[in-house]
Write a protein that binds this ligand. Sequence first.
Ligand SMILES: Cc1ncc(COP(=O)(O)O)c(C=O)c1O
Length: 364
Amino acid sequence: MSELTPINFTRGVPAVESFPVRDITKAAVAAMLDYGDSLMQYGSALGFLPFREWLANWYGVQPNEVLTTNGSLQLVEFLSYHMIQPGDAVYTESPTYDRTLTLLRRHGATIVGIPLEADGPDMAALEAALKKRVPKFFYISPDFQNPSGSTHSLEKRKRVVELAEQHNFWLVEDAPYRWLRYRGAEQPTLFELARHRVLHMSSFTKIIAPGVRLGYMLGAAEVLAKIAKIAEDTYISPVFVAHGIAYEWCRRGHLPDQIELLKKLYAPRLDACLAALDKYMPDAKPTRPDGGFFISVQLPEGAPTTAVRAAAAKRALNLADGLAFFPNGGGERFLRLPFCALTPAQIDEGIGRLAESVNEVRSK
Ligand SMILES: Cc1ncc(COP(=O)(O)O)c(C=O)c1O
């Protein structure tokens, strides 16, 4: 089988062919010629002001309610410095983004995973957890969540906000996939439902490219100022050169077209993934997201992900373990399928190999 071409369903990376290299190059030249001095100098730890103004205008907030950092993961790190003392409780969805778990653990948080259903957190489990211990914050990803692909219903969004108000904890809403809705109606963000209660995070990683290292947070100015102080003590100011280039690209009006281009590229990949699962694994019951980067599958009884991974590796199919996404254990049969960086033909071939691998493990 060594002649098989490798297929990677491992990381949630964007498709290389989506990178707007030509327009970013033009934006880079213009930005450096027009205001290169400001980009080359130290600046505010909150980020490059013209870009914060641009984002503020896009979202309908004030510039001091926008903080930009070198990628959005770093926001989780700074926020953890700001909010967590060792032993403090933090809620996450279960499963959740594994790198956030790593950072929360690094800060000594006691992580309570709230089981995630197809339409958002299990509300009975959330209410039961709140009776035991109120968290500093609930890290939550209501749109096309990494790793499950689930999207929260309006009803659950409203109830989560109500509970946060009632019990007085923060909601940290991580929404880098929200831009990428391929069909269906958009729901309001938690930030739109309760600005004073929510810190909203997003990123240009999935829109322009990871290489610009551009994340941002929207939230109360006084909280952002405190997080910016931690940023300042860490790196003085974020990478203005990269952020200035992204700003110039946005200022030139490329963002809406880029989002449309991504939707046209990725929607058929989502459809191909669902169609292949229906064809090769009709009992799989995958999540059926309307956007984003991920579908997830609960593998059948007798097919733990670790064993399926090993069987898949023999077929040059690379899968990620599901365990790391679960803060308090579980996930033995969980499989995340990031579909954006594969063509529909590769997806069909990959899911075919996955089905063979599952059958091999189950027949042992
Ligand atoms: C939910 C979530 N948050 C944060 C990040 C980190 O993004 P960035 O590249 O902006 O640091 C990712 C990246 O995959 C992600 O999936």
